[in-house]
Design a protein around this ligand. Structure first.
Ligand code: SAH
Length: 251
């Protein structure tokens, strides 16, 4: 099994594949001001097993297209949607976020939690704008510095792993430069990282390792996650995911 297949195997039985929370998705929905709208068309990009997709389908009068490049995650999402009687409101699309098949101006909103970094925040917001109707909503969570200054070790780490990491004001400037107007911002709490994401992941490590006969690549996958968790535990005061809600403007 290659590294990507191992990662998918480690994460497919999880409720979420990144930091987040139902309350936080609901808060983004409130900020989007779409609660009273009818017949919305929404895409949830990089949806994983669909933690946010399910909330969107529950909270809004909407049809949600859940997009991910990993069909294994989408299979789990469809099972969860059926279980919650949301199957009719959700369909899944296995596609890459940088080659989406949506028509121009066809979507009322795009959500994307903890995933846009895969194509880079700026590339993503540029590429996805054309799919939104004028005034359409973009709601994304993205790695964000919480302070103006931070320890050098931490800065080095993230500049190597994700050079686009920046403060919220810098991210908002990127939104403004690319035809969006920010309408809301908040940060994910520690609970979103620890209780909702890292702790359940740690509980899966033992089974995962035994399933893969403690192979070197499997141990490598676990080690990389453990290092990420240790980094978060040490430096959570300095970074989180910022949740940015914006509207398409300038048409
Ligand atoms: N939104 C989910 C998953 C976040 S993890 C949650 O918050 O739980 C990032 C997700 O992006 C993974 O499910 C991964 O499979 C997906 N992904 C990574 N690169 C992608 C790409 N190029 N196109 C589509 N999806 C991608």
């Amino acid at each position: 099994m290659n590294d990507l297949a191992l990662l998918i195997d480690l994460h497919r039985d999880a409720e979420r594949q990144g930091p987040g929370g139902g309350d936080e998705t609901r808060l983004s929905v409130t900020l989007s001001d779409l609660r009273k709208a009818k017949g919305l068309r929404i895409a949830d990009i990089g949806c994983g097993t669909g933690a946010s997709t399910l909330v969107l389908a529950e909270e809004l009068d909407a049809h949600v297209t859940a997009v991910d490049f990993a069909p294994e995650f989408l299979d789990q999402l469809r099972i969860a949607a059926r279980r919650k009687s949301l199957g009719e409101r959700i369909d899944t699309l296995a596609a890459s976020m940088d080659a989406l098949p949506f028509e121009d101006r066809s979507l009322d909103a795009i959500w994307s939690e903890g995933a846009i970094y895969n194509m880079g925040f700026e590339n993503g917001v540029k590429a996805w704008r054309r799919f939104l109707k004028p005034e359409g909503v973009l709601a994304v969570s993205e790695l964000t510095w919480l302070t103006r200054e931070r320890p050098a070790d931490l800065e080095r780490h993230w500049l190597r792993e994700y050079p686009e990491v920046a403060t919220a004001s810098a991210k908002m400037a990127i939104l403004e430069a690319n035809g969006y107007s920010p309408v809301g911002y908040f940060t994910l709490s520690e609970r979103c990282w620890l209780e909702n994401y890292y702790r359940p992941m740690q509980e899966r490590f033992a089974d995962f390792l035994s399933r893969h006969g403690h192979s070197e690549p499997a141990r490598g996958t676990v080690k990389a996650e453990e290092d990420e968790i240790a980094l978060y535990e040490r430096f959570s005061a300095y970074y989180s995911y910022g949740y940015f809600v914006a509207k398409r403007v300038g048409d």
